[in-house]
Ligand binder design. Structure first.
Ligand code: MN
Length: 197
């Protein structure tokens, strides 16, 4: 059975960047629904029992009749990685090897931020912006719906949710403002650096 992850922060700790009502709906309702769907599906499909979430995402992607499972399992993976990399970290910068790698692969941290925000702005409809490691190089990739780097065999380091439910209560239609706030004030860069190791 998969469990709803425990948030690594209190629901009021991210103010004024992300409200507790956003988190109540996003974590408590949207993510919970994906977890419930996958658990119900796996309970009826013995070939999936004992598989990890990552294995289920990849297996479900290979079967068209498992599209619904892929969507829900992919959403659990994306959301877990999104929430685990969040903390209130205003105007923080990555340090050490991670900063050096960003500077070397994007030119500068400012250019990385610009590219990340731009990817989120230009994702038409619901989806995700990921910072991934692709053959040793950092890249930004956007995915629609429940898409994720597991199915491209890429290592995901950081992700921002650009589904409207992630920001509408706090930012309404202003997705670019949400993206700017996320990358400037809400990233736990130590967590990202650990994943790069
Ligand atoms: Mn979401």
């Amino acid at each position: 059975m998969f469990e709803l992850i425990t948030l690594p922060f209190g629901k009021d700790e991210l103010l004024p960047h992300m409200s507790s009502s956003t988190l109540d709906f996003h974590h408590g309702k949207h993510l919970q629904a994906y977890v419930t769907f996958v658990n119900d599906f796996v309970a009826k499909e013995s070939s999936l029992q004992g598989k990890t979430l990552e294995e289920i995402v990849v297996l479900a992607n290979s079967k068209s009749e498992w599209q619904g499972l892929f969507n829900n399992a992919g959403q659990i993976y994306n959301h877990n990685e999104f929430f685990k990399a969040i903390k209130k970290n205003e105007n923080a910068l990555p340090t050490g090897a991670l900063l050096e790698k960003i500077n070397s692969d994007f030119g500068s941290f400012e250019k990385f931020k610009e590219d990340f925000i731009n990817a989120g702005k230009t994702q038409f409809g619901s989806g995700w912006v990921w910072l991934v490691l692709n053959n040793g190089k950092l890249e930004i990739k956007k995915y629609a719906n429940a898409g994720n780097p597991l199915t491209d065999n890429l290592k995901g380091l950081l992700v921002c949710d650009v589904w409207e439910h992630a920001y509408y209560l706090d930012f309404q239609n202003r997705r670019p403002d949400f993206l700017t706030t996320f990358i400037t004030n809400l990233v736990n860069w130590d967590y990202v650096a650990e994943k790069l190791k």
